[in-house]
Design a protein around this ligand. Structure first.
Ligand SMILES: [Zn+2]
Length: 107
């Protein structure tokens, strides 16, 4: 695919337009490139992978997608279930000590 020497930036002619992220270096930043100019410039509308993802590679990626049950321990203070290494949501203690509540809501 050969790039043309110049990229015409069409003015508003009332035709349906798209905002394209790709632009030539010489064009202003907020240029609106019409469909006609896009067709002429022969630029792809999005990044295109060079190669097909093989079934093996796809399945290896998806092998990590499974979710697991969160681990739960019993709080030594109130005997309620709690997640390990976290403050107990029931009695607000950690390893037997009281924990001061956060002044700001945690994100
Ligand atoms: Zn507790």
């Amino acid at each position: 695919m050969q790039r043309p020497q110049s990229h015409p930036i069409a003015e508003d002619v009332g035709a349906p337009c798209v905002l394209a992220s790709w632009r030539p270096a010489s064009a202003p930043r907020r240029a609106i490139i019409t469909l006609e100019a896009l067709r002429y410039s022969q630029q792809p509308l999005m990044a295109v992978p060079k190669r097909k993802t093989s079934k093996s590679r796809r399945d290896k990626r998806r092998a990590q997608h499974g979710i697991s049950i969160p681990r739960v321990q019993v709080c030594p203070t109130c005997k309620q279930p709690k997640r390990p290494h976290r403050v107990c949501p029931n009695c607000k203690t950690y390893r037997g000590r009281d924990v001061e509540p956060l002044r700001v809501q945690a994100p």
